[in-house]
Design a protein around this ligand. Structure first.
Ligand code: NAI
Length: 291
């Protein structure tokens, strides 16, 4: 039984994953290089849990125990007693490899080291480790506490035992597991690439505005969110990087070609909900149409 979980990165995904694990009664230590991200994660968890109490989904005792189960830490070393560490930092192979290599120096040889990468090779991340058979992909979806599905991705180095323990742990966290091979974008992010890519192309060809495309996809297509709302929700920086990485990994297959529109939005810091502006502007959590 996994009881002590480490999370690296307290951004959108790391903070959600910490909430999932602590709700499942694990003791969670979450580390981020940026103290501001840790503070934000703590404040946002307080807001989320208060809303759940108001809605009657949890009581105040459960709220306190979820909060008390999470420790916000300033050094990677503090994750040393973890049985499972889930990394959710920037989608950059070299940065992830460096963090895994350092982490391996602190944790026991039995500790499972998992990455929440959306698109990078788990085999390549695992190659940074001395015991690469302990590395596995655990890909949560955003928002992690609400989304049922989790993709579990064994690298070619991953041992059967690590795969089994990982899958059982994630199921015990009341998630549905889909095991996917270690290929760019795994299942969901690969299927979703054309949803974003074609929407961006439709906009770039002047066929329709962001809000018109979103509205058509919701009203006619029956999607819960349009592609631009979803990209703003995920973060244009993260979504662009994933597209670029899938495109490169598939030997520049034009089906996955990234968009300059999205690249410029990411470069401008128009990241979406998290920065207050993306394809829409966000005021008090509500999207305002700009075009
Ligand atoms: P984010 O930008 O919201 O958060 C990343 C956090 O990692 C930041 O707080 C940053 O300070 C921290 N960080 C960066 N380098 C670090 C380091 N070396 N050590 C410790 N902390 C470090 O990113 P987000 O959206 O949470 O994504 C994280 C990972 O999860 C990426 O690999 C992404 O592809 C993946 N992912 C993202 C999803 C999304 O919808 N945003 C969905 C599923 C996976």
């Amino acid at each position: 039984m996994i009881k002590r979980v480490g999370v690296i990165g307290a951004g959108t995904m790391g903070s959600g994953i910490a909430q999932v694990a602590s709700t499942a009664s694990c003791i969670v230590k979450i580390f981020d290089l940026n103290q501001g991200a840790l503070d934000k994660a703590k404040t946002s968890l307080e807001k989320i849990l208060t809303r759940l109490v108001e809605k009657g989904k949890i009581d105040s005792i459960e709220k306190s125990s979820i909060q008390n189960n999470i420790r916000y830490v300033n050094s990677l070393k503090e994750l040393s007693d973890s049985q499972l560490v889930i990394e959710a930092i920037v989608e950059n192979l070299e940065v992830k490899k460096k963090v895994f290599k350092e982490l391996e120096g602190y944790v026991s040889s039995e500790c499972i080291l998992a990455t929440n990468t959306s698109s990078l090779s788990v085999a390549s991340i695992a190659s940074s480790l001395e015991y690469s058979e302990r590395c596995v992909g655990i890909h949560f979806f955003n928002p992690a506490p609400l989304m049922k599905l989790v993709e579990v991705i064994p690298a070619i180095q991953t041992s059967n035992e690590v795969l089994k323990t990982t899958s059982e742990t994630i199921k015990s966290w009341r998630k549905t597991v889909a095991i996917a091979k270690d290929t760019p974008g795994f299942i969901v992010n690969r299927v979703a690439r054309p949803f974003y890519g074609e929407a961006l192309r439709i906009y770039e060809e002047g066929i329709a505005s962001f809000s018109e495309i979103d509205s058509a996809m919701k009203e006619v297509g029956g999607f819960r969110m349009g592609p631009f709302e979803l990209m703003d929700f995920i973060g244009n920086d993260v979504n662009y990087t994933v597209t670029e990485s899938v495109f490169t990994a598939f030997y520049y297959d034009p089906r996955y070609k990234p968009s300059f529109t999205q690249k410029r939005y990411a470069e401008a810091g128009w990241l979406g909900r998290k920065s207050g502006k993306g394809y829409y502007e966000y005021k008090d959590g509500k999207a305002v149409i700009l075009n």
